[in-house]
Design a protein around this ligand. Structure first.
Ligand code: ATP
Ligand code: MG
Length: 175
């Protein structure tokens, strides 16, 4: 069962952070799939969390939710993989990036503003290039349980606040 572990609001009642706990890779995939199924053209998802946290596992769920079939792997050496489902998915992993200049060589802006869905693992490495409006998703291991992950979702901007409201409706319905 996906477990809603917490929600934090600011003084104006705007939800800033939602935390969901998963207890297996499959559950993390389900949450990703639920999010993937409601994404729109141009959505930007930034994934954070240490080695083996579950970012690629979550990304695989996103791909399924976008109707992408076949294997989705971490593009660690290629920096970017492109998939085509209901919308294009540009899956980046910038862990091995030596300098943000390499992002220019990649033509990152064309991807960012292409109308596809952008998903970036290790997004903190290119912090200065990230648009202000985006969905930040941090995956942490839970302290005592090997297969438990805390997934902290922080919307930046109105589009992403609405997206998270919609996601929570889907999670509650278990679709
Ligand atoms: N609840 C969980 N959610 C996701 N993965 C889990 C969970 N419990 C255990 N795991 C395991 O953790 C690992 C997550 O690997 P994954 O490749 O998704 O991590 P990553 O964050 O992409 O790492 P990297 O930065 O090295 O690419 C897998 O081996 C998976 O089986
Ligand atoms: Mg990965």
């Amino acid at each position: 069962m996906l477990r809603l572990a917490g929600k934090w609001f600011n003084l104006y009642g705007v939800c800033l952070v939602t935390v969901i706990e998963t207890s297996s890779p499959e559950e993390t995939g389900i949450l990703g799939k639920q999010l993937g199924s409601i994404l729109r053209a141009g959505d930007m998802l930034c994934l954070y969390g240490g080695l083996g946290a579950g970012k690629t596992c979550f990304a695989q769920g996103i791909a399924r939710g976008l109707g992408i079939e076949g294997t989705v792997t971490s593009p660690t050496f290629t920096l970017i993989n492109e998939y085509y489902g209901r919308l294009p998915l540009y899956h980046m992993d910038v862990y091995r990036l030596d300098s943000v200049m390499e992002m220019d060589d990649l033509g990152y802006e064309e991807y960012f503003y292409s109308g596809g869905v952008i998903l970036i693992e290790w997004a903190e490495k290119i912090n200065e290039l990230l648009p202000e409006e985006r969905l930040d998703i941090t995956i942490d291991r839970c302290p005592d349980e090997e297969s438990c992950r805390q997934i902290t979702i922080s919307p930046r901007g109105e589009r992403y606040r609405l997206l998270i409201e919609e996601l929570m409706t889907v999670v509650r319905a278990g679709n």
